[in-house]
Design a protein around this ligand. Structure first.
Ligand SMILES: Nc1ncnc2c1ncn2[C@@H]1O[C@H](COP(=O)(O)OP(=O)(O)O)[C@@H](O)[C@H]1O
Ligand SMILES: [Mg+2]
Length: 255
């Protein structure tokens, strides 16, 4: 059964999309069957996978609105070794359109029931908020992957994310767990980053992935070419780090 992971942190710009795209690509390089779901109306993961978000016939919006099945919204881009459920700004409307709908937070989970068996791993790129869309991802997920940029305010938003996870665990999804926290854009020469990193380990222990993703300009360049780092510059530090993260993730998840 395809295990579903929500890649989330309500802070923007912490590396959610970069982690989702490159972890998906690295898992696929290891022969895993992977689906990436873009659940952020900004559609950055969609673009980063080389998919034109302005010309989508179906998207995760249609899946959330139940006007399309998950299978119909999934594409297999030629340059990639994994599948993508893309999105665009249409998805913004879902929040408002479903405001009075019962069980709206279960839409993604239900939609994936018939498709998840086709994949080893399904990774969901979440928007920078604890919105209905993020809750949909958390209700569908087995695990949560939290990218953290080790800066001064890094820990501040974390408590509301943890509360949201706890609330969802108590009601809609008792088996939800934190898979791990990923330190992103890490600079080992930066004292503050090292301090925040130590605090993270104090709070979360072995939930913090050993693998750190370094700040690496090749990682920032790859999305503009519509390919993951492993296809753009395989031997770059950013690529090697994501391959290591994928191995650590698979070891942890024992699959
Ligand atoms: N390890 C990294 N090294 C260099 N740039 C990075 C790295 N991770 C992310 N970036 C860049 O930082 C910006 C924010 O990253 P992104 O993954 O889009 O964050 P989020 O999805 O959380 O908003 C993007 O421009 C991205 O290319
Ligand atoms: Mg993003």
């Amino acid at each position: 059964m395809g295990n579903i992971y929500a890649v989330t942190n309500q802070k923007g710009g912490v590396g959610k999309t970069t982690t989702t795209v490159n972890l998906a690509a690295s898992l696929a390089e290891n022969g895993k069957k992977v689906l990436l779901i873009d659940l952020d109306p900004q559609g950055n993961a969609t673009t980063g996978c080389g998919v034109d978000k302005e010309s989508l016939e179906t998207s995760s919006y249609d899946v959330i609105m139940t006007t399309s099945t998950a299978a119909d919204a999934i594409i297999s881009p030629e340059e990639l070794s994994f599948d993508v459920m893309p999105t665009n700004a249409d998805l913004t409307a879902a929040e408002i359109q479903l405001i009075d709908v019962k069980l709206r937070e279960h839409r993604l989970r239900v939609a994936l029931e018939s498709t998840r068996d086709r994949y080893d791993y399904i990774l969901i790129d979440c928007p920078p908020s604890l919105s209905m869309l993020t809750v949909n991802a958390l209700v569908a997920a087995k695990g949560v992957i939290i990218p953290i940029q080790c800066e001064y305010y890094a820990l501040e938003g974390l408590s509301s994310l943890l509360k949201t996870i706890e609330r969802i665990k108590q009601r809609a999804n008792p088996s939800l767990e934190i898979t791990g926290l990923v330190r992103t854009m890490f600079d080992t020469r930066n004292n503050l980053a090292n301090d925040v990193s130590r605090q993270l380990i104090t709070h979360f222990g072995n939930k913090v992935f050993h693998t750190m993703i370094p700040r690496n300009v090749r990682l920032a360049e790859a999305p503009s070419h519509g390919i993951p780092i492993v296809k753009y510059d395989r031997s770059s530090r950013g690529s090697l780090a994501h391959m290591a993260l994928a191995s650590e993730f698979v070891r942890r998840e024992n699959k």
